[in-house]
Design a protein around this ligand. Structure first.
Ligand code: RIB
Length: 310
């Protein structure tokens, strides 16, 4: 079995629940405040680890109380933290989240995540069969350095370009599996997409973004499921009808699950089916990292005949 290495952000999510999101300039009364471990990198690492993949997180924390609590939580989830370092004089990554009707708005303040550098990944021992995962809450130059090392070692690279920003073709050239949602695809493929569009529209945009690269593109569509382009052929994974209470971290759950499945030698089709089930469990729980399911939970939640997931 390969291992999963995630280079990415670690945040404390400060979550306020309310009946609705405030409009600009408006104040609304909230109900509760939660402190949930989060950050796209940490969420993806927790997802992969809880689904059974040996998982290492590469990142940075401040030397504050949030940093201490995040480290304690991540270690308890079975994530290897040998490459998570403390940075003095800066706060740990913090996300301010408003949650209303299961949907969120997020302001993320990078803090120590902004200092994750090429030096931090320079000694990570990647090997053939490993999976290298990253997202856009750490500097892009660090992700390029990480993926260059992964490619040189024969590892598979997974990029989740979130939150979406325009980036250069040089980084895309280093990606084996691109996992993004429709908003990110719309921005990167420079085409207008709506979540009500037919799957063929997303496939067309994914094809345009892929160009002539040998890259798998997976587009997560929330409750509508997933469409993907693999070996030039479209794949569709149907969404699952569940009652969502908090969608924060569901995309990260999906990415971590795909990484864990590919590390275990599964095909992309099986990995997508499995990750779709995992994400549908995640949305039924509050919080980002604490809502990641275990492999036993995914197995129990699978419906008869659904996918080919174990
Ligand atoms: O993807 C969800 C994550 O985005 C949250 O946990 C928050 O920390 C932000 O980084």
């Amino acid at each position: 079995m390969g291992r999963v290495f995630v280079a990415g952000s670690i945040n404390m999510d400060v979550v306020a629940t309310a009946d609705r999101h405030p409009r600009v300039g408006e104040t609304v009364a909230g109900h509760e405040v939660f402190y949930f471990p989060g950050g796209k990198g940490a969420n993806q690492a927790v997802s992969a680890a809880k689904l059974g993949a040996p998982t290492t997180l590469i990142g940075r924390l401040g030397t504050d109380a949030f940093g201490h609590d995040l480290k304690t939580f991540l270690a308890a989830q079975g994530v290897d933290l040998s490459y998570v370092t403390d940075t003095a004089g800066i706060h740990s990554g913090t996300a301010i989240i408003t949650l209303a009707n299961a949907d969120n708005t997020i302001v993320v303040v990078p803090g120590a995540n902004g200092f994750v550098s090429a030096d931090d990944i320079a000694t990570v021992a990647l090997a053939k069969g490993d999976i290298a995962v990253s997202q856009f809450e750490i500097p892009l130059a660090t992700i390029s350095a990480f993926f260059n090392r992964a490619r040189a070692a024969g590892a598979t690279t997974i990029l989740n370009p979130a939150p979406a920003i325009a980036f250069g073709a040089e980084l895309l050239d280093l990606v084996d599996v691109l996992i993004l949602n429709e908003t990110e695809l719309s921005l990167l493929a420079k085409t207008e997409l709506r979540d009500s569009d037919e799957p063929a529209r997303f496939i067309e945009a994914a094809r345009a973004l892929r160009g002539d690269r040998d890259m798998i593109v997976c587009v997560t569509l929330g409750k509508r499921g997933v469409v993907a382009l693999a070996d030039g052929k479209p794949l569709v994974v149907e969404g699952r009808a569940v009652k969502a209470v908090d969608t924060t971290g569901a995309g990260d759950c999906f990415v971590g699950a795909v990484a864990a499945q590919l590390a275990a030698g599964k095909s992309i089709r099986d990995a997508l089916d499995y990750a779709n089930i995992a994400a549908s469990i995640c949305v039924q729980r509050m919080g980002a990292a604490p809502s990641m399911p275990t492999a036993a939970e995914v197995k129990a939640f699978r419906r008869p005949g659904e996918g080919r997931a174990p």
